[in-house]
Design a protein around this ligand. Structure first.
Ligand code: MBD
Ligand code: FE
Length: 281
């Protein structure tokens, strides 16, 4: 399965770049003093790296060629979300008291099929992977259930591929939205995803190979949970004991986000309960 080199690198990168171009972005206000301060510090940090390591002209040219290739591959969303986003998330969510967030990554699509209280994610006939029941309650910070909260779930399949980014997978495969009932509860019937390997045949893969790093993220569920007058939380959940939970290439695992599933009461697969407390907006 996911141990073979991923043949879809260039395609998934380009798809992610196209998606990002279409994304509704909050307009950052252009504050000249702030732009100058941040850009000056960022450029100065790079100068320090060059001095510290005695970077050569050959290495400078290799960097130029690589940066050009990242754009050609469409891998800027992948590169940034794997190696940079976790710190942006850390800064953005430092003040939260409720559910713990982590990075969104490059493969979110808004508008997945919606159900009330309980959903079976869209799946192919014979979708591979351990059947998995993921359920919980959305509450406020005092533990009061929130009705009509929106829980969006998306994840990779048993080969580590995401619908709409890898070829040949139905549009909404393993993507869905549940609105909580008046008890604040939600339930998703799905399968457990496989670990995700960063494409080995693109520019990010070339960096990983050149540096002797590994290309793996642990198996994970992606979630966005929101409700009126509450802060939306974007997060991921991982599986205790899973491969690469301790060495995620994207550094996006936090102890609060590790699930401990148990055998399902139904006798089919596994299940786990995880609750989300939303901070006030
Ligand atoms: C993923 O599936 C992901 O979640 C992140 C953060 C980066 C690359 C692929
Ligand atoms: Fe992911």
């Amino acid at each position: 399965t996911a141990t073979v080199p991923n043949p879809t690198a260039a395609g998934s990168g380009r798809n992610a770049t196209e998606r990002f171009a279409q994304k509704e972005r909050s307009a950052a206000t252009v504050d000249q003093a702030r732009v100058s301060a941040i850009a000056t510090d960022a450029i100065t940090a790079l100068h320090e790296v060059i001095r510290k390591h005695g970077v050569t002209y050959a290495e400078y040219d290799a960097l130029k060629a690589w940066l050009i290739r990242v754009g050609e591959d469409g891998e800027w969303p992948l590169f940034l979300d794997v190696w940079v986003e976790h710190v942006v998330e850390e800064v953005a969510n430092a003040g939260r008291l409720g559910a713990v967030g982590t990075i969104e990554g490059p493969y979110y699509i808004p508008g997945s099929p919606e159900s009330r209280s309980e959903a079976t994610l869209p799946m192919r006939d014979g979708e591979q992977g351990t059947p998995f029941l993921f359920q919980g309650t959305v509450t406020d910070l005092d533990g009061n259930p929130i009705e009509d909260a929106q829980v969006e779930l998306w994840h990779a399949d048993d080969d580590g591929y995401y619908s709409q980014f890898a070829p040949g997978i139905p549009e909404w495969n393993l993507r869905g939205t549940v609105r909580t009932g008046d008890d604040g509860r939600f339930a998703f019937h799905t399968i457990k995803p496989a670990p995700y390997q960063i494409p080995t045949d693109g520019s990010c893969g070339a960096l990983i190979a050149a540096a002797g790093w590994h290309a793996w993220r642990p198996a994970h569920l992606h979630l966005k949970v929101s409700a009126p007058s509450k802060q939306l939380v974007t997060t991921q959940l991982y599986f205790a004991g899973g491969q690469h939970v301790e060495d995620d290439v994207a550094q996006a695992v936090k102890p609060e986000l590790v699930l401990h599933p148990t055998p399902a009461a139904s006798g089919r697969g596994e299940e786990v309960t995880y609750d989300f407390a939303l901070d006030p907006a």
